[in-house]
Design a protein around this ligand. Sequence first.
Ligand code: SAH
Length: 457
Amino acid sequence: MSAPVKKNDRLTVYIEDLTHDGNGVAKVDGYPLFIQGALPNETAEVHVLKTLKNYGFAKVVEILKPSPDRVEAPCEYFKQCGGCQLQHLSYEGQLKWKENMVRNVMQRIGKIDAPVLPVKGMEEPWQYRNKAQIPFSSNEAGQAIAGFYKTKSHSIVDMERCLIQTGEADAILAGLKKELATIGIQPYNEQTHEGMLRHLVIRKARATGEVMVVLVTKKKKFPQKEAAVGTIQKLVPNVTSIMQNVNSDKTNVIFGDETVNLWGKDVIIDTIGDVRFEISARSFYQVNPEQTEVLYKQALDYADLQGDERVIDAYCGIGTISLFLAQKAKAVMGVEIVPQAIEDAKRNAALNGFTNTYFEAGPAEEVIPRWYKEGKEADVLVVDPPRKGCDDALLTTILEQRPKRVVYVSCNPATLARDLRILEDGGYQTQEIQPVDMFPHSTHVEVVTELTLKERS
Ligand code: SAH
């Protein structure tokens, strides 16, 4: 296909869809144009920026007929910052779009007919993130800047606040960069590998209010340590833990291997439902605990536990779902590929006094078949795989072992639809599909699905 438009053309188009990056999609004689800032159901005059063989890019000159769901993005940095993609769409509109997107993907990719329920959203979809990782750098005038990255880039949008982060993160964003020069700490420069402060990470436990601040520095030794601790305490008076992580490498990975305590406790404690979790500087933890609880309650509901079931939690991470299920199950076995996460899962199980959990590090697709061989069977199997979906070997094991229920938690509707098709063809019935909005103002959507075994005819 050759492009029906060329660079610098101006034309009027109707926007049909929205991509995963939050760009509007219009079709010109079937040729897709991706248009930043345009929303579905809008008519816009656009300026073509670039054309490739199968698709092109354009920018909005003027929205001629706005979507009824269009709103003024509340954040002043929205256009530059890569953090949110959908602030120009009302929250209602976002939820509606996510629901339709899941429904379309289910039908198109998996031919799955099970009902897709309306997305469970947040009542107050702001300040929901419990972790901010703020890169520090300096501008041409040598002043410290801090903020979040531009889309697909490593340049920092200097900002004073972020509407989806906590007030504590804002206090650091606005306050610390002003104080850095006074304290005498140089922000790190990625190009020259000079300077000291690379990132500041803030984590807040929603349930207990405990706050951890982690300074990621180029070197372990820096003379302004005490001044930095004092300034952080002044900016974030409710801080309970101040840690330092040392990262001396030329890398854009945030953390280095060594973490030391500068002040206060080494961990913060949070709870999801009635389960307590210990969070250290580097441990994985869901970033929106309020919605995580909604998601896990739904998973628990779909698992339909009566108390005598044995459950396998595949891709269990730090055991968040496992421990949630362990409250209602006879036994839960969790498997996860990252050994450190399994250590966290075991510690959190002990912290909560669970004696009916077992965790093992390894690939789910190898460990679970072995468990079955050893006679460790499950009545209910929960999977929460990464974006690429379940490994084929794991799906095969499920179809061979036929647990009576499967609960599939997914962060990628496309691979979910593909895997549901395989499970349906192998004897399962998808009962219900419940999307949950874990990341308001982004295009992400989390989905939890209930599958039951069909009667064999
Ligand atoms: N259920 C967890 C985390 C899910 S994220 C929670 O709710 O917090 C997906 C997890 O799958 C990640 O922790 C990742 O490390 C793990 N993973 C990726 N490939 C895997 C594999 N082949 N076997 C087991 N775990 C894997």
